[in-house]
Design a binder for this molecule. Sequence first.
Ligand SMILES: Cc1ncc(COP(=O)(O)O)c(C=O)c1O
Length: 449
Amino acid sequence: MAEQKSKPALLGGSKTVDIDYGDMFVWPIITDEDRQAAIEVLNAGNMSGMDISKKFEDEFKQWIGSKYALTCPNGTSALQEAMFAVGLGVGDEMIAPSMTYWASVLQVYSLGATVNFAEVDPETLCIDPADIEKRITDRTKAIMVVHYLSSPCDMDPIMEIAKKHNLKVIEDVSHAQGSLYKGKQLGTIGHVGAMSMMTAKSFAIGEAGMLVTDDRGIYERSIMFGHYLRQEDPDTITDPQLKSQVGLPLGGYKNRLNQMTSAIGRVQLKYYPQRIAEIDKAMNYFWDQLEGLSGIRPQRPAKDSGHYKGGWYCPAGLYFPEQLGGLSAIRFCQALQAEGVNDAIAGLNKPLHLHPVFNTVDIYGHGKATRSANSDRDLAQGEGSLPVTEAISKRIVRIPHFKHYRPEIIDLYVAAYKKVIENYQDLLADDNGNDDEVGGWNLSHTKKK
Ligand SMILES: Cc1ncc(COP(=O)(O)O)c(C=O)c1O
């Protein structure tokens, strides 16, 4: 006799994940060593110094494999510094993906420059190299690549395009500390890497940022932009032109990181490789068991590619509603949430190019939209201009982010996915479809009910 299918919890069946999962999802992992490090800085009254931050930078650059590293108060400031440091200025254009958080891009306006959005690849969710080349004009100065959800961008063709057209490549590594492209650390392939280290990120220490580069000129321009006290060290600024300008930050920003955060960063870095290795093992264990099911496919690099997802920030699956009778991503996630999978959320970032700030908003009083005013040509990209990017949120579902390899707990989550997929036909009845609200302007948007 055929085995009886169990009823989905959303339709009155019993919940699959009905356990105390303890610290399975707690991140970052904070121990007494972190607490002690912060207290020592506090007790010494050393919050605004630079000695601990410099030690953190030394350790970070050794780990990531770059010549220089510079701490910043957050990823937004590190990325803005990187944009300035590669020479983006008045009238210049930067090519960037639209499927990202605003701080990969929006600061470019403050430099008098603007953005031209390119498509992303629907599997890696990262900028599509083939679409970059089409968008290059004589105003293009830089490409911003975002290693989205810890996935490495396809860096070889991107670096080739950059070389051919004499462009600089900035890597936004906010989602991807420790990720590898063909075995190489992200952030060290382009001309400069910059990243957030905010609490929710893979490398998570509160509010913090880091810039890494092998290029002395980029490093010195970054310091000139927002680190006025560092300029005073006679060995730091060697470029004769910059040397004549030391004393004040050229950008008018003060980008010094609080040293309590640097102290915690030093502790976190010691344990980071082993902690993300455990995440990798747990996430692959989960996906391996779902391999071959209808409706969902892992968003992860192919085995033996040399690519690696550092920390699996905001893990997601590629969702194929057509394999489940058209079941909407929202309904699929509702069913999973009823099974106890709290992190099942449909959609990702809303595409930036559809927000008014990238279309109509006149921020600085040019009398026209800032995006176009900064370039003097109409750059607005309305609905339908980036079809791959615009379709993604209905084809992506976020999945649980396991921080520990505990098969007995992960197995329950696997069972929940299997149950929902097996019963998809019964779930179609009350499916109201995806609403326009699928996704959000950042990745912490509230769960859709
Ligand atoms: C891709 C990306 N870039 C930049 C940032 C900005 O970093 P921060 O919030 O530390 O300023 C974030 C996140 O917050 C991000 O997700």
